[in-house]
Design a protein around this ligand. Structure first.
Ligand code: SDX
Length: 428
């Protein structure tokens, strides 16, 4: 028996169907709300509004649960690899051995980028933020692969674009870093696995032998898994809405990169480290910064804390916090910032302001500490987030296109001037 919800307005009663998902989440289907009642809903930030039905990622903010295609994030982080998780998110099932080998071979075959990309890269000053470089280079793929401009073309074309994105994003990310360092770029080394190839492109220097530390590549692989998807977050919603106009997947992903850049979203991992360094430079007084975060007259927020959905521990933060201890110990890194982070976390979790608002550490609170230990510079942290989130963006874009979803076009409540006549300038 299907459920429904009633609405009464101005003496009229309206009834709308309620749909329930596979994890018993329910939503009022308001497709006919305006045509039947003349009303629309208003929900800035979409805090209570579902934009779509999706079979990709499930998260329960109250229980701190995160699953990709039904698989627990804890299991995938411990037992899987980033490429296997990418396949799972995009195609819906864990690959067989031969499916995985074919997928991995396809990606390896496409890591190289057109030499003319270097001309675009050279146009960026060395102080260009790597996120701006990355989103520009991804959008530039539309120029090198014009067949991608019509995503309705055929599934083979879309799948080739998907492979190209996963294969070339590490190359672009490493090249953005080399541009910032003023170093020559490194070409991909197809004898290496996904993360090792990226690390070598990032850190290898001419005339010097570079061996990838397996501890570093393994830690990076785990971090990419933890960032791979997160249902309808800000950047994923951006990818979906850009894709809903039938723009190419490259244009949609480029838009997602820009949305992720903001400090309230993926840019938080960079802001967390900048915050922790500021606390350290200021004598390490965690309480002073907690008080600033609580002060409504102070724009300062405790970066890496709080979440739109998680009102409990972000399961990714738990995994990353443990990994931070493991990786720093294995690498013999003693980073005082980690201790400051732990003191800040302890103080916040025991502070009524944070308890009342259910503010817990999120994925960004500890991730930067590991990236630092891996030798990745702070302004590359959000690029790492984008590298991890790429398969999630692709999976969500693909689902939106396969479900033939309509163009995204929200309504509004107008609060501006009522009708008035134009007055010529000499009479104003
Ligand atoms: C990511 O959506 C996703 O899934 C995102 C993500 C993903 O994987 O894609 O998980 C990745 O973006 C993680 C979040 C990274 N951002 C930060 O760490 C920035 C700091 N956090 C906040 O800015 C905030 O918590 C947000 C943006 C994450 C969530 O904001 P909401 O849901 O809009 O909540 P809100 O701003 O309405 O805050 C509710 C209350 C407010 O106080 P009151 O007005 O009720 O008194 O909590 C307070 C806020 O002032 N608050 C904070 C705070 N976060 C919320 N106060 C101090 N420090 C904070 N960090």
């Amino acid at each position: 028996m299907s459920e429904s919800a009633k609405l009464s307005f101005k003496g009229q009663e309206f009834e709308f169907p309620v749909i329930t998902g596979t994890e018993n989440e329910s939503a009022i289907d308001i497709a006919k709300l305006r045509s039947e009642s003349g009303l629309i809903t208003l929900d800035p930030g979409y805090k209570n509004t579902g934009a779509t039905k999706s079979a990709i990622t499930f998260l329960d903010g109250e229980e701190g649960i995160l699953r990709y295609r039904g698989y627990r994030i804890e299991d995938l982080a411990e037992k899987s690899t980033f490429l296997e998780v990418s396949y799972l998110l995009i195609y819906g099932e864990l690959p067989t051995q031969s499916e995985y080998e074919n997928f991995s071979k396809e990606i390896t075959h496409h890591t190289l980028v057109h030499e003319d990309i270097k001309k675009i890269l050279e146009g960026f000053p060395s102080n260009a933020h790597p996120m701006g470089v990355l989103s520009s280079l991804i959008c530039a793929l539309t120029a090198f692969y014009p067949d991608s401009l019509n995503p309705n073309r055929n599934i083979e074309e879309v799948n080739l674009s998907i492979i190209r994105l996963i294969a070339k994003m590490p190359t672009f990310a490493a090249w953005a870093y080399k541009n910032e360092m003023g170093h020559p770029v490194n070409y991909p080394d197809n004898s290496l696995d996904y993360c090792s190839n990226f690390l070598k492109m990032m850190f290898a220097l001419p005339a010097e032998k570079y061996d990838v530390d397996p501890v570093v590549s393994s830690a990076l692989d785990k971090l990419l898994i933890l960032h791979a998807d997160h249902e309808q977050n800000c950047s994923t919603s951006t990818v979906r809405i850009v894709g809903s106009s039938q723009a190419s997947i490259y244009a949609s992903i480029s838009a997602g990169i820009n949305a992720l850049w903001g400090p309230l979203h993926g840019g938080a991992n960079q802001s967390v480290i900048e915050m922790l360094e500021a606390i350290k430079a200021d004598g390490g007084d965690a309480k002073k910064y907690l008080d600033k975060a609580k002060d409504k007259n102070d724009p300062f927020r405790l970066m890496g804390f709080g979440h739109r959905v998680y009102k409990n521990f972000d399961p990714r933060a738990k995994i990353i916090k443990k990994a931070a201890d493991d990786v720093l110990e294995k690498l013999g890194v003693n980073d005082p910032i980690l201790e400051i982070a732990k003191e800040l976390e302890f103080a916040a979790l025991n502070d009524q302001y944070f308890i009342d608002r259910q503010l817990y550490p999120n994925v960004d609170f500890y991730s930067g500490i590991i990236y630092r230990a891996l030798g990745i510079p702070t302004d590359m942290f959000t690029v790492m987030f984008a590298l991890g989130r790429l398969p999630g963006w692709i999976a969500q874009w693909k689902e939106m296109r396969e479900n033939n979803e309509p163009i995204g076009r929200p309504r509004q409540v107008y609060t501006g001037a009522n009708e008035r006549d134009y007055v010529s300038m000499n009479r104003r």
